[in-house]
Design a protein around this ligand. Sequence first.
Ligand code: F6R
Length: 608
Amino acid sequence: MCGIVGCTGNQSVTPILVESLKRLEYRGYDSAGIATLNGAEIDVTKIEGKISELESILNFNNNACVGIGHTRWATHGVPSSTNAHPHVDCSGSVAVVHNGIIENFQALKEELKGRGHIFSSETDTEVIAHLIEETYNGDLECAVRDALSRVDGSYAIAVISDNEPDVIVAARKDSPLVVGLGDGENFVASDIPALRKFTNKVIYVNDGEIVRLTRNNVTVSTLDGLSVEKSVVIASGSVQDAERGGYEHFMLKEIHEQPKALRETMEDRLYELEGNVDFKELRAIEHAIEDIESISIIACGTSYHAGILGKYMLEDLVRIPVRVEYSSEFRYNNPLPGNKSLAICISQSGETADTLAAMNEARSQGYLTLAVTNVDGSTITRKADEILLTRSGTEIGVAATKTFTAQLLTLYMLGVYIARMKTLIDVETSRYMISSLKAVPGLIESLLDDINNIEKCALQVCEADCCYFIGRGLNYPIALEGALKMKEISYIRAEGFPAGELKHGPLALITTGTPVIALVPKGKTYYKMLGNIKEVKARNANVTAVANNSDDEIPKYVDSVIRIPDIDELFSPMLTAVVLQLLAYYTAKFKGAEIDQPRNLAKSVTVE
Ligand code: F6R
């Protein structure tokens, strides 16, 4: 959740740390700080607030070439300048930034206090600085190693000491960490976008590894002191990926990038003439997939909603039981053995702690594990049996958008792939499905060309205290996703329901003027949806339908209509999802909310 950075080099480090932290702000943004090594002293500056506020009080006129920085998503202690990182030891000669949770911090803190250490924050992190202080004997790497042998929990840390002015020591367990290799300067960070402006040469740090960086050298070893040979990877993606490119917000840019993201995700995978989906990545496990008798989809948040669609679609196409489970529930609920079962673990970031733990649990129960993620090199890609990458490019907005539709597309492709492999659909059906999928990016483009009615609807919703989303079948998870997008960025209470469930409780929430957004593409439940719309209209709800261009009937039933291009109901979720993303975006914008960094949230949820 938090973001950490560090740089040891040959030029002023403060602007580098600020620039890197800005690229990591999506991970947490309630407070921030940096520590730089200025001669033989560590200078710490930290504030409650965003990086821009930190930037405004920093002294850029110093010669420090080594430093570490942090952007925080509070876990232990309120957001405040005292709880902001870096944290230092009693004498201020060691400074630490940390992402993760030290689970035994309370016991360690008592022990350290008993030996006279003075603590100044409520954080778990501060114990690391004091442990290092106790064990430091002229070798920072050794002291960090000793300190880490005392802590339980998760961490990615970066540490500096005023006794070793050129050195940063970093280490990782269950929280992401990458090293960037520059020319006369080296970097460490939670994620590649933080480094991308300075280098594209990266080393992925694994759990249990410790890194010692100087401006000219990087060595990696295990916590037990064994040296590790690492390969250098050239990072994909460009610096521009992490810029707004003329859009007011990253979220809007990323919504508009969906046609491109989907085209990239289907590239080289769809063979219409042959009626085949080819996932070259899955060749090694092709036979195991052919034999599977059940599937569990495991994910959190938006990725979980993609998973519900995956369940409906896969059960329909592949005719085997598909369960969809929250990662945080699956991991603790004594899952059944997974013989001949496939666990599809969906995580756009590839770093979600609960999903990683659930995937481990699934593997130990005998499941074959397949990760669907957007981040090549993320932890999930190194732990799953096989991976399918959504190729959406960097997503910075905290609210997932382009990665969600790319997850949907990947699940559709996987459905056709497995159904063909098990000869459950014929070539004609498969060709039809492939050509329909190929048409989706163009249809999203035409939808994005005219968003007037979406803005009009947003103007109404932004005046409301609550709003509801209803859908059936494959559009039910989209109703859930529309509600999640709405609440997370506009702070309006929003819920999604299967439309048929309204009369079993939620109808009690409908009063005069309550906004209800009904997803009603033409399809097998169209007339059922009209019946449900009647029910809410009878309670004077204000109903907006999301309906096909050619649907002439719908205006008679609702107050307003947002149009989507005509499309087979099966694929309509990829269009209705885009409408609901835009609706949430404009509602939040009209309310003046902080769209890219909604309160209390972070993009990469690396704590459970
Ligand atoms: C909402 C959102 C979150 C994530 C969830 C899982 O817009 O982005 O609900 O979907 O935190 O994250 P990943 O997919 O990275 O595992």
